[in-house]
Ligand binder design. Structure first.
Ligand code: ARG
Length: 458
């Protein structure tokens, strides 16, 4: 396919150079955004009297024709074109003749690609946000159904204090809520239009940049043409936000893998979200959760890659910036795929409530509450801690739990204990009494889920 810049050159390009330089294999994914940007550009050119209305109409019709033919498959994107911008422009000229040559008036591929990438990213942020929202809805539903499903809470992966499934999932709700707010921050900050920045120094045509910006749904036109063509901050921010989403999904996956293990048996993944082994017939493996955990590395890779690519680039546009695409696209695809699969996986996962409850009752998760009981009877906390430590040692020795100790045994260690100790350290009390904001008590958790519901309705 014809080059846009052949005029100054006397030799055919070397095939390897061509291949190395070309971006069509990956930038064709934003053909829609490229055409949308061109339509806005010529609409503005006509409003400013730089093109006639007839010229504009011919070009817009030609561009719309290319768009619908690519969509239907009637027009194939030529892999020998240098990039999507060249392909669209050359096809336009082929189809409508000389007037097509006016499309690129007052524009450079540098502001064009900056625009296309922003338009594409903005659309993808919308899709990512919708997927995080669906995940939040699924988490909230699980929370509402499990306000009183007891489970052990852990620190150091050692049983610590009893919590509920609603409380545990609520922690992830908060994480993904922050992820959504990061996405919306990025969208707000990036939403300025670079078109009209030209190659780096604007143009001498009387462009109305604010008009183009408004046609394309931007808040404003960018204010510095050199920054406009060489800013990729928003991609770094997006990679960082996606890396954080993946980190959250990966932590959650790790827990589900543990919970689904033969040792824990807290949950059972649906057959549709598990896989088998080619040799061991008994196996049902949590491959989806493992893949989500594993793919996190790729998304971190994209963040490191773009940060490193950008670090040594002098102003303004340099071809290094073409490297902003492949890994970012991969990170977007990966994060979207993981969000969708993870949501389906937890929506179909079953909780073994009895197993979770039993696990919460063993392992001295009520030891803190036994100490609090003593404090309520006038013992300073540090002494209470020591006394309960002795109770635990005693139980470990006899192979019983605190609930199974007789009152005489309690009294032998501290005379302060009375019959009401059993009620004070029951699993139900341990959870239900924790009603400060943020704690697992079902009454306070219910209020929190109602707040979450409102947040999702916004
Ligand atoms: N394919 C290029 C990119 O992705 C488009 C911009 C080309 N500009 C240029 N001056 N060669 O960055």
């Amino acid at each position: 396919m014809m080059k846009l810049w052949g005029g100054r050159f006397t030799k055919e390009e070397n095939a390897l150079v061509n291949h190395f330089n070309a971006s069509i294999s990956f930038d064709q994914r934003f053909y829609r955004q490229d055409i949308r940007g061109s339509i806005a550009h010529v609409t503005m050119l006509a409003k400013q009297g730089i093109l006639t209305d007839t010229e504009k109409e011919q070009i817009v019709e030609g561009l719309n024709g290319i768009l619908s033919d690519v969509e239907t498959g009637a027009l194939e994107i030529d892999p020998s074109a240098e990039d999507i911008h060249s392909f669209v422009e050359a096809t336009l000229i082929e189809r409508i003749g000389d007037v097509g040559k006016k499309l690129h008036t007052g524009r450079s591929r540098n502001d064009q690609v900056a625009l296309d990438m922003k338009l594409y990213t903005r659309d993808e942020i919308g899709e990512l946000d919708a997927l995080v929202r669906e995940l939040l809805e699924t988490i909230l539903k699980i929370m509402e159904e499990n306000l009183e499903t007891y489970m052990p809470g852990f620190t150091h992966l050692q049983k610590a204090q009893p919590v509920t499934v609603a409380h545990h999932f609520g922690a992830y709700f908060e994480m993904f809520l922050r992820d959504r707010s990061r996405l919306s921050d990025i969208r707000r900050r990036m939403n300025t239009c670079p078109l009209g920045a030209g190659a780096l120094a604007g143009t001498t045509y009387p462009l109305d940049r604010e008009y183009t910006a408004s046609l394309l749904g931007f808040d404003h036109a960018t204010r510095n043409s050199m920054d406009s063509v060489s800013d990729r901050d928003y991609l770094i921010e997006l990679c960082s936000a996606m890396a954080t989403i993946m980190m959250h999904l990966s932590r959650f996956s790790e827990e589900i893998i543990l919970w689904n293990s033969n040792e824990y048996q807290f949950v059972e993944l649906d057959d549709a979200y598990s896989t088998g082994s080619s040799i061991m017939p008994q196996k049902k493996n949590p491959d989806i959760a493992e893949l989500v955990r594993g793919k996190t590395g790729r998304v971190y890779g994209a963040l490191t890659s773009i940060l490193t690519t950008m670090k040594g680039i002098p102003l303004a546009y340099n071809k290094d910036m073409q490297e902003d695409k492949e890994m970012v696209f991969d990170a977007i695809d990966t994060t979207k795929g993981c969000l969708a699969l993870f949501t389906g996986m937890i929506a179909t996962m079953r909780f073994n409530k009895e197993t979770m409850k039993k696990s919460a009752m063993n392992g001295f998760t009520n030891a803190t509450d036994a100490a609090d009981y003593l404090v309520n009877h006038g013992i300073p906390f540090r002494d209470a801690h020591g006394i309960v430590g002795r109770l635990v040692l005693y139980c470990l020795d006899k192979g019983i739990s605190l609930d199974e100790m007789k009152l005489e045994e309690y009294k032998a260690i501290s005379p302060v204990f009375e019959e009401d100790i059993y009620e004070a350290i029951s699993l139900k009390t341990c959870v239900e009494k924790r009603t400060t904001l943020g704690a697992p008590g079902p009454s306070v958790m219910k209020r929190v889920t109602e707040e979450y519901k409102k947040l999702l309705e916004q």
